[in-house]
Design a protein around this ligand. Structure first.
Ligand code: G6P
Length: 608
């Protein structure tokens, strides 16, 4: 969601900025723009649509200058249009501003500025920032930015340049991600690390309230009280290669294929000398756990679906009561949380604003907090009391796959660790379950090998408009994720139902040929699942059954069957979901859709 790149150095700023923005495309956007200081004035070029359109425009009207800022916008306030695209400016175009986040009190500020005769060119909240900076500017840009920050409420990552200061780029952050790339004789700002990797691996991770002043050779960071703060340099250990497609047609399929490796890493790097789970990054002792009476798992989107699986895992294995909630609901509900509650926040990016707000709310109420996230140094990782990193590597495709399966893996490991520490699992059963979890990567490999069959089934779904996913127990959690994948990247309207629930209304929608993807991986629920499949089959549904090898009975009721290798019930969903990812991927690719950057979606949602 909204990408920012800024540059100051000796290169042509536009080249660096456009390259950086292209690496942030995965965040989701609908327009893009750049501004440079060409030594005399601020020149801005911006366009609705893909970066390529802006690129073509820049060929006709090149912008020259060695410092500038750029932005990819994901519309919140005002439709996607040239005028609403960033950078925004003041009336005389003396400065340019790029912004990620939402200025909540912008209407109030806007009407004040209008009374003073300011004319607005866009419908955005951001434009008040550029006019305010101009309003406060009297020769000291940093002072004007500070005065502006004192006026605005909400979330922001900002990049600011001014025509009078071709030597200075100012950045600020609160609740929206922003990093500084440290080069030699050049410096950078960006919303995310992939935008910088071509130029540097040394970064400063800005904290909320940080304001940074960059020149070619210096970086100074101040807090909101204008006091200088010292920052620790972080060296990024992964390279640009891990953030590129590496021969695959799309990031999503590459990331699906990376899952066996990612899950294996997630497990094996966390085993101690006795082969038991050891989380270095969390310190929940036996005594701590004895005090915890209930757990909340809070997240959004796919991470929420991982949380649902985590709930089943913790309840079944560790016998602790777990609630799951969607972050945006949790914050405004009245959850029963206190110091005896553990709140687990699951977030690939570690920046989802609703999840971050839920974390803060939980802390305010005295709860213990644990983040499961993929991004080191992200806001959620930094603010939670404990962190488990998923180590999936950078996930670029908007539709989450490897982050999701590694989140589930971490939750299973957490469940095992908790169960053992709470003495509800003996050592032998612990080891047995852990061994079965360790088999998951090779079982997923077998699923991936069956991709040609998935492609054949996808071919039958290319023209459908509606469909259903059904499953019981753990399969229901997986069905929800399969349905979300199909909606988000293939634009097929699907819904997921607990298989036993479909007949309480929605079965009315089943017509001859309606696709129903039926998960039946749970042995103890297999016969009941077959009955549910029969119910839809009797109404003419086209049934794709997913079950474990050996359950051949399903062939009598399903039109197509995808088999998962034999695996413990607990982990069958984690393996089976890969079929659903592949199915959504192939339907999307066959329809010629933008698999990695589906319409209207953003990878990292930094607004409420
Ligand atoms: C967006 C993405 C989803 C993701 C969700 C939560 O909606 O498009 O793929 O699951 O945010 O993101 P998080 O980074 O918190 O896991």
């Amino acid at each position: 969601m909204c990408g920012i790149v800024g540059y100051i150095g000796a290169r042509q700023a536009v080249e660096v900025i456009m390259d950086g923005l292209s690496r942030l495309e995965y965040r989701g956007y609908d327009s893009a723009g750049v501004a440079v200081n060409d030594g005399r004035e601020i020149v801005i070029e911006k366009k609705k649509g893909r970066l390529q359109l802006l690129e073509e425009e820049l060929k006709v009207k090149p912008l020259c200058g060695c410092m500038g800022i750029g932005h990819t916008r994901w519309a919140t306030h005002g439709e996607p249009s040239d005028a609403n695209s960033h950078p925004h400016s003041d009336e005389t175009c003396s400065l340019a501003v790029v912004h990620n986040g939402i200025i909540e009190n912008y209407l109030e500020i806007k009407s004040e500025l209008k009374k003073n005769g300011v004319v607005f060119k866009s419908e955005t909240d951001t434009e008040v920032v550029s006019h305010l900076i101009d309003f406060y500017y009297s020769g000291d840009l940093l002072d004007a930015v500070y005065k502006t920050l004192e006026r605005v409420r909400g979330a922001y990552a900002l990049g600011v340049i001014h025509k009078d200061r071709p030597d200075v780029l100012i950045a600020a952050r609160k609740d929206s991600p922003l990093v500084i790339g440290v080069g030699e004789g050049e410096n950078f700002i960006a919303s995310d690390i992939p935008a910088l990797l071509k130029y540097t691996k040394n970064v400063y991770l800005l904290e909320d309230g940080d304001v940074a002043v960059l020149t070619r050779d210096t970086i100074e960071v101040y807090d909101l009280q204008r006091k200088k703060v010292s920052k620790e340099l972080t060296e990024i250990t992964w390279d640009l290669e891990s953030a590129t497609k590496g021969g695959y047609p799309h990031f999503m399929i590459k990331e699906i294929y990376e899952q066996p490796h990612g899950i294996k890493e997630t497990i094996t790097r966390r085993l101690d000398e006795n082969g038991l789970v050891r989380f270095d990054d969390i310190k929940l002792t036996r005594e701590d756990l004895a005090e915890i009476e209930s757990i909340y798992i809070v997240a959004c989107g796919t991470a929420y679906h991982a949380g649902m699986v985590g709930r089943k895992a913790i309840e079944k294995i560790a016998r602790i009561k777990v609630e799951t909630d969607i972050s945006s609901e949790f914050r405004y509900d009245t959850p029963f949380i206190d110091e005896k509650t553990l709140v687990i926040l699951v977030s690939q990016s570690g920046e989802t604003l609703d999840t971050l707000a839920a974390l803060r709310e939980a802390k305010k109420r005295g709860a213990r907090t644990l983040a499961i996230t993929n991004v080191m140094g992200s806001s959620i990782a930094r603010e939670a009391e404990h962190v488990i990193y998923t180590w999936a590597g950078p996930e670029i495709s908007v539709a989450s796959t490897k982050a999701y399966t590694t989140q589930i893996t971490c939750l299973f490991m957490l469940a095992l660790d908790m169960a053992f520490k709470k003495d509800v699992l003996d050592l032998e059963s612990y080891r047995t379950l852990l061994e079965k979890l360790k088999e998951v990567p090779e079982k997923i490999e077998a699923v991936i090998e069956n991709e040609p069959q998935v492609r054949q089934i996808a071919d039958k779904l290319v023209n459908v408009e509606h469909g259903f996913f059904i499953g019981r127990g753990m399969d229901y959690c997986i069905a929800l994720e399969g349905s979300l994948k199909m909606k988000e990247i293939s634009y097929v309207h699907t819904e997921a139902f607990a298989a036993g629930e479909l007949k309480h209304g929605t079965i009315a929608l089943i017509e001859p040929g309606t696709p129903v993807i039926a998960l039946a991986t749970q042995q103890n629920l297999f016969e009941k699942s077959i009955s549910n499949i029969k119910e839809v089959k009797a109404r003419g549904a086209y049934v794709i059954g997913i079950t474990v090898e050996g359950n051949t009975l399903i062939e009598q009721v399903a039109d197509d069957v995808l088999y998962v290798p034999r695996v413990d019930d607990l982990f069958a969903g984690l393996v089976g979901v890969v079929y659903l990812q592949l199915l959504a991927y192939h339907v999307s690719a066959m329809k010629g859709l933008d698999v990695d950057k589906p319409r209207n979606l953003a990878k990292s949602v930094t607004v409420e």
